[in-house]
Design a binder for this molecule. Structure first.
Ligand code: NI
Length: 180
């Protein structure tokens, strides 16, 4: 496995709609494994392929708190097949927007269909942080960042700070584990 560089916003690669994959072959399995390693090291709870410059519909998520009991979810072509009427408001962060956080409202629980690491079609139910994180990662596949759910004022403030930090070469260190 290999650790991949994570793209920091603003970047045109984070604004693209990603393409579906035909099947989970060795190349995609390797991408999933590399993304998972990259996410654990960051550390984060989710990562989408465009964040490492691969414009394919692949995400990895693990919201388990204990390193000894990891529960990785590796998904290709994820699709929501059901969302709850009830919404949840949760604070989100993103490895591509280090050190910035904001509240986002999303359906509180979901069912997602996807191809797993073995190219099997699966369907999983998720709620709480897992549901938030899967939806956040799926947004990345549409070129949507969590700040796109916030007001233009807040979004532009965060993006301007990131541009400044990039120019100064001193991007902040991510300390929270709840970033994806
Ligand atoms: Ni993210």
């Amino acid at each position: 496995m290999a650790v991949l560089p994570i793209i920091i916003a603003p970047d045109p690669r984070l604004k693209q709609v990603c393409v579906p994959i035909d099947r989970v072959n060795d190349e995609i399995r390797r991408l999933m494994d590399d993304m998972l390693e990259t996410m654990y090291l960051a550390p984060g709870v989710g990562l989408a392929a465009p964040q490492v410059g691969i414009l394919k519909r692949v995400i990895v998520v693990d919201v388990s708190k204990d390193e000894g009991e990891r529960q990785p979810h590796l998904m290709a072509n994820p699709e929501l097949v059901w969302v709850a009427d009830e919404d949840a408001n949760a604070e989100e962060g993103c490895l591509s927007l280090p050190d910035h956080f904001g509240d986002v409202v999303r359906p509180a629980s979901i069912r997602v269909r996807y191809l797993d690491h073995e190219n099997e079609i699966r369907e999983s139910a998720a709620e709480g942080l897992l549901a938030t994180c899967i939806q956040h990662e799926m947004d990345h596949l549409e070129g949507i960042l969590f700040v796109d759910h916030m007001s233009a004022l807040k979004r532009n403030m965060i993006l301007r700070k990131l541009i400044k930090a990039k120019k100064a070469g001193d991007l902040p260190v991510v300390e929270s584990a709840a970033v994806s």
